[in-house]
Design a protein around this ligand. Structure first.
Ligand code: SAM
Length: 237
């Protein structure tokens, strides 16, 4: 019997002594990839009840179940930081979702702008990428990922009290100085925001246009660099 550092995200409620079934994919991963046997232990989390140590009860074709033992980490809130990013090509969108999850955002909102490449995403696949990143970086929750919205809709429905930092590569913007959450970072598409879009967004009272430095970063780099700065400003971190 071994105590592994495997972490699995499960949907079920977590309570002492509960038997938790895992998905077929997770069962295959535990049995065939990680070669776990009955009696081995791992960690599970569900985004609500904290992280728990669990013992493999049964491993098999029919069903793989985990018996919950005790809490190893109580649930703690994620930083109240959102990433809104103009949709990129598939691989880059996947990478942005993975890195934003690792960095700790609570919400990921893909956005459709004038120069965006594509207007839809496979949300299930992005959620699977976020779950795997959350399992790997030892988060206790998986960020919410919403369906893409048009930029004008995003701004029109922007929530009260949440600062919105717009990454603006034009050198007129001040170097990013983020204040604590609730906050969000908005990053443009590979081709950049249009002047009209930046003017339109800039008029919103909660918007600050920020520079991430003198170099023109690729959109995915700007998202990662901007989030690292934004989350570093969060005292909860
Ligand atoms: N329009 C640009 C061009 O083609 O010259 C470049 C757009 S840049 C590749 C993609 C996005 O990354 C921008 O819309 C902006 O949101 C962000 N970005 C890139 N470099 C940045 C910087 N130095 N400061 C702030 N944002 C930046």
């Amino acid at each position: 019997m071994s105590d592994t550092s495997i972490r699995l995200f499960v949907e079920a409620p977590l309570r002492a002594g509960f038997l938790v079934p895992v998905s077929e994919g997770q069962a295959h991963y535990l049995a065939k990839v990680m070669r776990l046997q009955a009696g081995d232990t791992l960690h599970v989390f569900n985004g609500v009840d904290g992280e728990w140590r669990a013992q493999v009860e049964a491993v098999g074709k029919k069903e793989t179940t985990l018996q919950l033992q005790h809490v190893t980490r109580p649930q703690a809130p994620d930083p109240d930081c959102w990433l809104c990013f103009a949709l990129l090509k598939r691989q880059k969108t996947d990478m942005v979702v993975e890195k934003a999850t690792e960095l700790g955002v609570s919400v990921i909102q893909p956005v459709i702008t004038a120069r965006t490449q594509g207007d839809h995403v496979n949300l299930e696949r992005l959620r699977a990428i976020a779950i795997e990143a959350a399992e790997q970086c030892e988060r206790l929750a998986v960020p919410e990922i919403f369906a893409p919205v048009k930029l004008a809709q995003l701004i029109a429905a922007w929530p009260k009290g949440r600062a919105l930092y717009v990454a603006d590569e034009r050198r007129t913007a001040k170097l990013a100085r983020f204040t604590a959450a609730p906050a969000a970072l908005l990053v443009g598409p590979e081709g950049g925001f249009t002047e009209a879009e930046l003017e339109g967004i800039g008029a919103h009272p909660l918007v600050t246009r920020v520079s991430l430095g003198a170099r023109i970063l690729r959109a995915e780099t700007a998202a990662i660099a901007g989030l690292a700065l934004l989350l570093a400003a969060d005292p909860e971190e």
